[in-house]
Ligand binder design. Structure first.
Ligand code: NAI
Ligand code: MG
Length: 360
């Protein structure tokens, strides 16, 4: 059966990088004879234009329409001058994440050729790990409240929620990922020395899960020193798993340490495939450069690569990765986009990568 992908470019540079991402996916599909349907009927979904025209970011019935797809390939959303971000994001991307129970947020932290690493003395190969973030519960609950507002007795409370199912399922995903990698190493982010109920529970579930993965080596660090190790000794890591808050911090810090926050991808994953997963670049709609044709398409293309990898098309995913690396390393200044110091365009870099996918 064909892999069915709903293509949602969204706003700003999402619309510019998406065609490059699609061209690369099509090149990979053609070369490896993959049966992938890229459905482009959603061009005005999750756009601020649509919101201004109709009063909502998504049409009614969006959930039923998207539910049968295997994945959503998503560009970016947001036109902050026209529509407040909380409306555009909460009316689209956040709906997808919640309604489709995308309880894993997955980001690679990999030092790529051709990208200046902000850490000293690191070479390609030194930094190569994944951050796995719990994406549905934990610190980001809406349980709590404000008492005695406006008085000097004012109190605010927000509870952390950790369910056994919620904690176990993200740990299982992370352990499976670690087991699939050569190093087979997992690091758990904790803070059980300070947060005395939920974090010891996290540790306990992690130790329990580890019993089922004898071949995976496990360590844990408190989040404060863990952030320091990300910067000082990133080669320690292979798969790093964290709660919603800790994972949020680590999944920005990790790519930032490789200088690749502008080109990195992200997966919002429902591992069972009950609902579609969503693959997107980390960056937003970049209104400051939208319409100029100079957006770097690598984040979008890499997100497509992650999507193929997620669905088990390993050969195609490997070639896409190699094409991205080769283009960044030796594409040349006429091909590389201005954010990486070149004089190329979104199309020159995207087209170059698509060509490499055909012939590497
Ligand atoms: P942004 O990621 O859109 O831009 C930050 C800076 O990085 C800008 O200077 C931009 O030009 C540059 N940049 C980003 N992607 C680039 C690329 N592919 N090539 C070259 N340069 C690139 O973040 P910002 O400015 O905070 O947000 C702009 C809008 O995007 C807002 O409406 C925000 O809510 C939305 N946003 C959406 C996200 C999503 O759809 N997942 C994620 C982050 C922001
Ligand atoms: Mg974040």
């Amino acid at each position: 059966r064909a892999l069915r992908i709903a293509v949602i470019p969204g706003d700003g540079i999402g619309q510019e990088v998406m065609p490059e991402g699609l061209a690369c996916l099509r090149a990979a599909a053609a070369r490896f004879n993959l049966d992938i349907e890229l459905d482009e009927q959603f061009k005005d979904w999750a756009t601020c234009d649509r919101y201004l025209r109709t009063g909502s970011m998504l049409p009614e019935g969006w959930k039923e329409t998207l539910a049968p797809y295997d994945a959503i390939y998503f560009g970016a959303v947001g036109m902050p001058n026209l529509v407040p971000d909380h409306i555009s994001l909460w009316g689209s991307l956040i709906q997808f994440r919640r309604e489709f129970d995308q309880y894993i947020s997955l980001r690679p932290c990999r030092l790529m050729p051709g990208i200046a690493c902000p850490l000293a003395n690191k070479k390609v190969g030194d930094i190569d790990f994944w951050v796995v973030r719990e994406n549905t519960e934990g610190e980001y609950s809406s349980i709590g409240g404000k008492m005695f507002p406006g008085t000097d007795r004012e109190v605010v409370i927000q509870e952390t929620v950790m369910s056994r199912i919620g904690v176990d399922r993200v740990l299982k995903y992370a352990f499976d990922l670690a087991q699939s990698r050569p190093k087979k190493h997992l690091t758990s982010a904790t803070k059980s020395n300070g947060i005395s109920i939920t974090m010891p529970y996290w540790d306990e579930r992690c130790a329990e899960m580890a019993k089922g993965y004898q071949d995976v080596s496990v360590d844990k660090y408190h989040i404060d020193i863990l952030t320091a190790w990300f910067v000082l000794r990133p080669e320690l890591f292979d798969v790093v798993v964290g709660s919603n808050l800790f994972g949020d911090i680590l999944s920005d810090l990790g790519p930032a340490c490789t200088g690749s926050i502008g080109v990195a991808p992200s997966g919002n994953i429902n591992p069972e495939g009950t609902w579609p997963s969503l693959f997107e670049p980390v960056h937003g709609s970049a209104p400051d450069i939208a319409g100029k044709g100079i957006a770097n398409p690598v984040g979008m293309i890499w997100a497509g690569q992650m999507m193929l990898e997620h669905f088990g098309y390993k050969e195609a995913a490997d070639i896409m990765m190699k094409a991205i690396e080769t283009a960044l390393e030796s594409g040349g200044s006429q091909v590389i986009t201005p954010d990486l110091g070149g004089a190329g365009t979104c199309q020159s870099l995207g087209g170059h990568i698509a060509n490499l996918i055909n012939k590497l």
